[in-house]
Design a protein around this ligand. Structure first.
Ligand SMILES: [Zn+2]
Length: 398
């Protein structure tokens, strides 16, 4: 399209290839061995990156603004040297992230971005070398301190919601961006099916004219669990529904149907405990730092006191969903399950997590990707939300 003498036109083509401002990441690969592992990403132009390490599990995080990923399918699954896998995606609006999983304690020996040269694209290069646990942790603390000094903490805004206004429902499609969630054997990703479902549910709820509805994400962007909770609180939500799809690796074909979960300190059963661990791992997948354990214990006690009423309401709502789905849908179990889901921890917002079905089950997978099923399921959940608020407004004791 660009002739050899058309200089301006060529510049134009280059700009078009990567968008006027964004950078395109076209490919990535690993080189080296356990003594020195190199990660290389090909970029359409030089970009500023922020590279840092995280522990528990060991990860390298690469943050950059506005990178559009056009990587080959299935990339990042191969193990090489210290790196066991890598993934990439949006981490927030205009914020892109690459996460490398590392198999043991390491140091980021070097990281830099090379300008494009001759026929070589711009390249991001990261060199990792092994180290011992003590050195790794010391380095981590040092970096963490530096980061904390450089990040201003935003102040939470108090919700301003008139008492007689429509109830506010916050829908939370799980995962997104750099965190795909569960995947079926055919490569259907949880983050996609839960977003599609949430959008449909939002339409149905708005169509009743009875609710204000917000979504924690409405595109393929990752959001940390804590921010999902904060979003619901900031909006003054009367109800928070986190939407997911499960995967059962060991019992393919066996488990199917929807399951409804609420928050509890003690898991109701081992399946619920395992699921909460899996869902809570979302932050780790996307490279979010988890709070220090000691802080979390204190928070849990405070939350527990403030939360009793919220908990009761959450259970009422969960029962309402189970009731609707038992009548019209497929339920994995009628039992209410509960465990320590981080995303359900708002002390003042009744919160429920709905697993729509199992991506490991071919019938469920078919449903999860079907328009007609999505429509019926959204009708049932709308009816459950109606049921919940009707009881609340009628002041039926919970
Ligand atoms: Zn999930």
């Amino acid at each position: 399209m660009c002739g050899p003498r058309a200089r301006c036109a060529r510049a134009f083509c280059r700009a078009r290839a990567s968008g006027p401002e964004g950078t395109v990441a076209k490919d990535a690969r690993l080189a080296g061995d356990r003594e020195r592992t190199r990660f290389i990403a090909d970029l359409s132009k030089k970009v500023d990156v922020h590279v840092f390490a995280l522990g528990n599990p060991y990860r390298v995080i690469v943050d950059a603004a506005d990178v559009n990923f056009q990587m080959p399918q299935g990339i990042g699954k191969e193990q090489r040297g210290l790196v066991s896998a890598f993934r990439y995606g949006l981490f927030g609006p205009g914020k892109s992230r690459i996460v490398l999983d590392v198999s043991g304690p390491f140091l980021i020996d070097r990281s830099f971005v090379l300008e494009p040269r001759d026929d070589q694209p711009a390249r991001l290069v990261i060199d990792l070398v092994p180290t011992d646990e003590k050195t790794f942790l010391a380095k981590l603390q040092e970096e963490k301190k530096l980061r904390a000094e450089n990040t201003p903490q935003p102040l939470p805004e108090a919700p301003a919601h008139p008492v007689d206004a429509k109830p506010i429902v916050v829908l939370d499609p799980g995962h997104g961006g750099v965190d795909p969630g569960a995947s079926s054997a055919n490569g259907v990703n949880e983050k996609v099916v839960v977003l599609e479902f949430s959008k449909r549910l939002k339409e149905k709820l708005l169509a009743t004219g009875r609710y204000e509805v917000f979504m924690t994400r409405d595109d393929d962007t990752f959001l940390p669990l804590k921010e999902r909770v904060a979003f619901a609180q900031k909006k003054g939500a009367g109800l928070f529904l986190s939407i997911h799809a499960d995967y059962f690796p060991t019992k393919i074909d066996d488990a199917r149907g929807a399951t409804v979960y609420t928050l509890s300190e003690q898991a109701s059963d081992s399946e619920a405990r395992a699921l909460a661990a899996k869902e809570n791992f979302s932050d780790a997948i996307a490279g979010v730092e988890l709070p220090e354990d000691s802080d979390e214990v204190v928070t849990n006690i405070l939350i527990d006191l403030a939360q009793r009423e919220t908990k009761n309401r959450s259970v009422v709502f969960a029962r309402s969903i189970v009731g609707e789905l038992a009548a019209k849908g497929t339920l994995h179990t009628k039992r209410l399950r509960s465990a320590g889901f981080r995303v359900l921890k708002a002390p003042d917002v009744p919160s429920v997590l709905l697993e729509l079905g199992f991506l490991s089950n071919p019938d469920d997978e078919k449903q999860l990707t079907s328009e007609a099923w999505r429509d019926r399921m959204a009708d049932s959940v709308t009816a459950a939300i109606d049921g919940y608020f009707t009881r609340r407004i009628a002041r039926v004791p919970f």
